[in-house]
Design a protein around this ligand. Structure first.
Ligand SMILES: C[S@@+](CC[C@H](N)C(=O)[O-])C[C@H]1O[C@@H](n2cnc3c(N)ncnc32)[C@H](O)[C@@H]1O
Length: 499
C-alpha cells in the first residue's frame, strides 16, 4: 500500500467503511463505542502511509483508547469455528488467516461478502502496487518498472526480498493444495471467481488475490497471545481499529495491554498442580505515558526494525535527514552478508571452508552488521568475531595450517572474554579489512544512487504510478543509510576507537 493520497471519492468510501466497521463492532460484538471508550478515529494521514489513527479528544497518559472484543479479531481461534478442524492441522496460522481473507477479498470498490468479518475486511487497503513483494512477483513477467525497482535495491534488501518471496510462495502453495483438496471449504468463499477456480498455483489472477491477503496479514497483524507458549505461531491477530496505526521508530503512543492470561488447572490434574492458561480475551489499548492532544496522529512502534526490514516487510522506511546517520543521530545499520561471504569464498578453497565451518560451529556465521548509533559508529560483535577469524592466518595462506586447533583456541579465548585480542597483528589486520569493506560499501552506494536516478529519468518518459517518486525516494534512503554508516565507521576506525 502506498502513501500516495487517493482522490476525494476514495476518501469518502474509506470513511463510510470505517463507520460501517464501527457499527458492526458495536452492534454485533458489543464493543463500547461511546466517546469515553473509543477515543480514536481512522482517517487519511498526510505525512505517513495512507490512513492513520488519530485522537478524537485530548487525553491524559495511560487512558484507555479502545478495546476490541475477542471475537471481532481474525485469529486462529475465531477461524476455528468456521473451518473444519483438519484445516488447523494442515495450514499454519499465517496460511489460515491469509486463506480466510483470500476467500473474501472485496471486489473493486464493493464491500467484502464475508458473513463473519465482512465489515472489517472491507476497511483493509485495496492496493499493494507500491509494495516490493508486488514488484518481485510482477518482475517475473518482465514488467520494466518493477524490474528496475527490484534490481535497484542494496544487496541486503534484495536478499531480504528474496526471502519473503520464498515465504509467500510456500504459503501460496500450501493454501492452493489445501483448497484443491477441500471443495467444501472453497464453497465458503463469497467470491464467484474463487468458487469457479481450479487452484493452479501459476494462475496470476489467484496469485493476485492471495498476495493481497498475505500482504494485509504481513503488514497489519499484531501479537496476540492465544497459546501458553509465548513464541507459538498462533499468537497473532488481525485486529480492527488498531491496524490503522502507523509506525513511529521512537515513541509508541499506543500500548497493547495483553488480555487476561488466567491460569486455570488442567481438568483432573488438581493434585499434580498442573495448570493450563486460558488465553485470548478482549484486547485493550491504552495511551502511553504522555498526554495526547485532540487531532494528534497516534503511532505504534512496530518493533526496533532496521530500515531494510521495514522496507521489505511493510513497504516504507524511517526517514532521516542527510547527515543524520553520519552524525549518529539516526540508528543506521548495514548488513554485510554478501561482502563477507565473498571474502570467505575467495580465501583459497580449503581455508575458506575451514573458517566457514568454525564460524558455523560457534554460531557466528552471518548476521554481520555495522551501525551508526550508539556512537561511535561501530561493527557488531559478530562482525568483529568473523573478521578476527578471517585474519587468524595471513591472507596469503592457502591451506589449513597444522596448528589450526591452537589458532582457533586463541580466537575462542577472545570470544569468551578471556583475552582482549588474538594478537596485535590480528587486531591491525581486521581493522584494515573493515576500512576496505567500508570503502566498498561507499562505492556501491554512490553507484546505486546514481544508477537509480538515471533509470528513473528514463522511466518517467512513460506513464508511471503515483507512488513511484515516494518509493524511489525510499530506495535512495536505503542507499544513503549504507553510505553514511560506512563513512561513520571509517571515521571511527581511523580515529582509533576501540569497539
Ligand atoms: C498497520 S498498517 C497502518 C495503516 C495504513 N497506513 C493504512 O492506510 O491502512 C501498516 C502500513 O502502513 C504504512 N505505514 C505505517 N507506518 C508508516 C510510516 N511511518 N511511514 C510510511 N508508511 C507507513 C505502510 O504501508 C505499512 O505497511
Amino acid at each position: 500500500m502506498s502513501n500516495f493520497i487517493g482522490n476525494d471519492g476514495e476518501e469518502r468510501r474509506e470513511n463510510a467503511r470505517w463507520q460501517r466497521m464501527l457499527q458492526w463492532l458495536v452492534d454485533e460484538h458489543g464493543m463500547a463505542g461511546d466517546e469515553v471508550n473509543l477515543r480514536v478515529v481512522g482517517r487519511r494521514a498526510q505525512d505517513t502511509g495512507g490512513r492513520g489513527l488519530f485522537a478524537l479528544k485530548s487525553c491524559q497518559p495511560s487512558t484507555t483508547l479502545f478495546t476490541i472484543p475477542a471475537k471481532a479479531m481474525i485469529t486462529v481461534k475465531t477461524l476455528s469455528t468456521i473451518y473444519p478442524s483438519k484445516t488447523l492441522q494442515v495450514l499454519n496460522p499465517v496460511q489460515l488467516l491469509s486463506m480466510h481473507m483470500f476467500l473474501h477479498r472485496p471486489t473493486g470498490d464493493e464491500d467484502s461478502g464475508d458473513p463473519v468479518f465482512g465489515p472489517y475486511i472491507s476497511t483493509l487497503p485495496r492496493d499493494f502496487g507500491s509494495h516490493p513483494l508486488t514488484w518481485m512477483l510482477a518482475s517475473t513477467t518482465k514488467h520494466a518498472l518493477h524490474e528496475v525497482l527490484t534490481s535497484s535495491l542494496p544487496p541486503a534488501s534484495h536478499a531480504a526480498l528474496q526471502t519473503i518471496y520464498t515465504r509467500f510462495w510456500e504459503d501460496w502453495k500450501a493454501v492452493c493444495e489445501y483448497l484443491k483438496a477441500s471443495p467444501a471449504v472453497v464453497m465458503l468463499s463469497s467470491k464467484h471467481d474463487v468458487k469457479q477456480s481450479q487452484f493452479d498455483t501459476s494462475s496470476r489472477h489467484l496469485q493476485d488475490h492471495f498476495l493481497w491477503a498475505w500482504l494485509n496479514l504481513n503488514t497489519r497483524c499484531i501479537y496476540y497471545r492465544l497459546n501458553v507458549d509465548q513464541s507459538a505461531q498462533e499468537n497473532m491477530a488481525m485486529c480492527p481499529i488498531l491496524d490503522f496505526a502507523n509506525h513511529a521508530s521512537l515513541n509508541s503512543h499506543i500500548i497493547p495491554v495483553m488480555p487476561n492470561s488466567l491460569f486455570s488447572p488442567v481438568p483432573g490434574s488438581r493434585k499434580s498442580g498442573k495448570k493450563t492458561a486460558t488465553m485470548g480475551g478482549d484486547y485493550m489499548f491504552i495511551s502511553s505515558g504522555r498526554s495526547i492532544q485532540e487531532g494528534d496522529e497516534l503511532f505504534l512502534q512496530y518493533g526496533a526494525h532496521p530500515n531494510r526490514k521495514l522496507f521489505i516487510e511493510y513497504g516504507f522506511v524511517n526517514v532521516f535527514n542527510e547527515g543524520n546517520c553520519l552524525g549518529g543521530d539516526f540508528i543506521g545499520e548495514v548488513d554485510l552478508q554478501d561482502i563477507l561471504e565473498e571474502m570467505f569464498e575467495k580465501r583459497g578453497g580449503s581455508v575458506g571452508r575451514w573458517m566457514k565451518g568454525v564460524l558455523e560451529e560457534e554460531g557466528y556465521w552471518g548476521d554481520w552488521t555495522v551501525h551508526s548509533s550508539p556512537t561511535p559508529a561501530h561493527p557488531s560483535y559478530r562482525l568483529m568475531a568473523a573478521l578476527r577469524l578471517y585474519h587468524i592466518v595471513p591472507e596469503s595462506t592457502h591451506s589449513v595450517p597444522r596448528n589450526a586447533e591452537e589458532l582457533v583456541d586463541a580466537w575462542r579465548r577472545v570470544l569468551i572474554g578471556q583475552e582482549e585480542r588474538v594478537s596485535e597483528a590480528n587486531e591491525q589486520a581486521w581493522r584494515k579489512s573493515l576500512l576496505r569493506i567500508c570503502e566498498e560499501i561507499i562505492g556501491r552506494a554512490n553507484g546505486g544512487m546514481e544508477n537509480l536516478e538515471g533509470e528513473l529519468t528514463t522511466l518517467k518518459t512513460k506513464r508511471t504510478p503515483g507512488w513511484l517518486d515516494w518509493m524511489a525516494g525510499n530506495i535512495q534512503l536505503l542507499w544513503r543509510e549504507e553510505l553514511e554508516v560506512a563513512e561513520a565507521v571509517t571515521i571511527s576506525v581511523r580515529s582509533g576507537e576501540e569497539f
